[in-house]
Design a protein around this ligand. Structure first.
Ligand SMILES: Nc1nc2c([nH]c(=O)n2[C@H]2C[C@H](O)[C@@H](COP(=O)(O)OP(=O)(O)OP(=O)(O)O)O2)c(=O)[nH]1
Length: 147
């Protein structure tokens, strides 16, 4: 299913999909949702803060870095939320982790057009990026069980 290519030794090497990590930052039974400011095709759609894992970087380190860059906050990364979601015809995969804010840090929209705290009943009030739909479904019970 994933693309294969020759690796120079005549053997086929599997090209791993690019990993995109997202943080479901939960506080008081609400999750932080972020509206993309770019590119135009997806601007105004909502996502979890995060981004591409850099070569040699762990998923946890990537999440911590992205939360500082995008929101100016330090987070502790917890359990996975939902399943791996294949995107871009299998060329990338979205993995979301629960997270919590550390040291009293308060998120600011440094790269997004808007950020909002959403309770379980408010999750459907925004338009999520399509890949996030199964993650949002998996998140709902976590918000109701952690009031
Ligand atoms: N961060 C994030 N990206 C998501 C989510 N859902 C989803 O489909 N994506 C997609 C949107 C983008 O195509 C891709 C993430 O790319 P990005 O541009 O945010 O990553 P990045 O911060 O590393 O970007 P850059 O350094 O290359 O500019 O994954 C989500 O919940 N969070």
């Amino acid at each position: 299913m994933w693309t294969e290519r020759a690796n120079g030794t005549g053997q086929a090497a599997q090209r791993d999909p690019k990993v995109i990590v997202g943080a479901a930052i939960i506080e008081d039974g609400r999750v932080l949702a972020c509206a993309r400011s770019a590119p135009p095709e997806v601007a105004g759609m909502w996502e979890f803060p995060g981004g591409k894992v850099e070569p040699g970087e762990s998923e946890t380190a990537a999440l911590a870095r992205e939360c500082v860059e995008e929101l100016g906050v330090r987070v502790e990364v917890g359990e996975r939320v939902g399943r791996n979601v294949r995107m871009a015809h299998g060329r990338s995969v979205l993995k979301v982790y629960a997270a919590r804010l550390l040291h009293g840090d308060r998120p600011r929209a440094l790269e997004h057009s808007e950020i909002r705290w959403l309770s379980a009943t408010e999750l459907d009030t925004v338009t999520w990026l399509p890949a996030d739909t199964p993650i949002v479904a998996a998140l709902r019970p976590l918000l109701t069980s952690n009031p």
